[in-house]
Ligand binder design. Structure first.
Ligand code: ADP
Length: 236
C-alpha cells in the first residue's frame, strides 16, 4: 500500500444509550487509513458505517479507544480542536447535499473557502466539477446531481486532507451517480486527498484501493484491490 499512515483507530468503540438499551454501533475496531487512498466502507444498513465515518471526521467522539490523526489524538481533543480539525482538514459530502438554500452555488462554495487559509480558487473549482454555467443558481434550481457536485466543490475547495462521503450517490439516479463517483475517483487520482466513501452498494467497491466490509459494528474483512476500476467501467 502506497502512502503513509494518516489516521489510525485503536480499539475504538462507540455505544449509544437508547432509553434502557445500549446499542454497540462500533466495537473495538482497530484499523489504519493511508494517505492518498480511496477507501470504500461497505456494509448493510445499521452495520456502523456512518458511525465510523463520523468518528473519523471528528463529528463524534468514541466511547472507548483512540483515534490518532497524524500526531494528534482526536479521541482526547477538546471541542475547539475538533472544530478546527473539521474545518481545516476534513471535507464532507452527504447523501442529501446539505447546501444552504438561500446562497447560490458559488456562494455555498465560497463560504467553505473562507474557512481555510489556502483554498483553491472558487471559480476554478466550479469549472472542475462542470458547473461553470450554473454558478449563480440556487440549490433549488439545480438537479440532484448538480447539487451533489456543488457539495463536492464545497468540500474540495478547502484542499482537505480527508474527503468523507456518506452515501454520496444514495439519492441519485444511475447515470448521475456515476458522474458524481467519477469526480471522486479523479480526486483520488490527482492525489490531493484521501477519499472515504460509505455505501451499501457493493459495485462501488470496485473503484476503491481498499474496502472495509462491516457487519454488526465490526470490520469483518479488509480487501485490497490492486486494480481499481474507473466508475465508467462499473455497472450495477
Ligand atoms: P450504517 O451507517 O451502517 O447504516 P450506523 O452507523 O448509522 O450504521 O448505525 C449503527 C447502529 O448504531 C445502528 O443500530 C443505529 O441504529 C445505531 N445508531 C447510530 N447513531 C445513533 C444515535 N445517534 N443514537 C442511537 N443509536 C444510533
Amino acid at each position: 500500500m502506497a502512502g503513509q499512515e494518516l489516521i489510525r483507530l485503536e480499539k475504538v468503540s462507540k455505544t449509544y444509550l437508547m432509553g434502557e438499551v445500549t446499542v454497540a454501533a462500533l466495537q473495538e475496531t482497530s484499523v489504519t487509513i493511508y494517505q492518498g487512498e480511496l477507501l470504500v466502507i461497505l456494509g448493510p444498513s445499521g452495520s456502523g458505517k456512518s458511525t465510523m465515518l463520523n468518528l473519523i471526521g471528528g463529528m463524534d467522539k468514541p466511547t472507548a479507544g483512540k483515534i490518532i490523526y497524524r500526531d494528534r489524538d482526536l479521541s482526547q481533543a477538546h471541542d475547539r480542536e475538533l472544530t478546527s480539525y473539521r474545518r481545516q482538514d476534513v471535507g464532507f459530502v452527504f447523501q442529501f447535499y446539505n447546501l444552504i438554500p438561500d446562497l447560490t452555488a458559488t456562494e455555498n462554495v465560497a463560504l467553505a473557502a473562507d474557512l481555510v487559509e489556502n483554498p483553491l480558487p472558487v471559480a476554478q473549482v466550479m469549472e472542475d466539477v462542470g458547473l461553470g454555467d450554473r454558478k449563480e443558481h440556487f440549490p433549488a434550481q439545480l438537479s440532484g446531481g448538480e447539487q451533489q457536485r456543488v457539495a463536492i466543490a464545497r468540500a474540495i475547495v478547502k484542499r482537505p486532507e480527508l474527503l468523507l462521503c456518506d452515501e454520496p450517490t444514495g439519492a441519485l439516479d444511475y447515470q448521475t451517480g456515476k458522474i458524481v463517483l467519477n469526480f471522486l475517483y479523479q480526486i483520488r487520482r490527482q492525489g490531493e486527498s484521501t477519499v472515504i466513501i460509505v455505501t451499501h452498494n457493493t459495485a462501488i467497491a470496485r473503484m476503491a484501493d481498499r474496502v472495509f466490509r462491516m457487519r454488526s459494528g465490526q470490520i469483518s474483512e479488509v480487501v485490497a484491490n490492486p486494480n481499481p476500476l474507473s466508475p465508467e467501467r462499473i455497472d450495477w
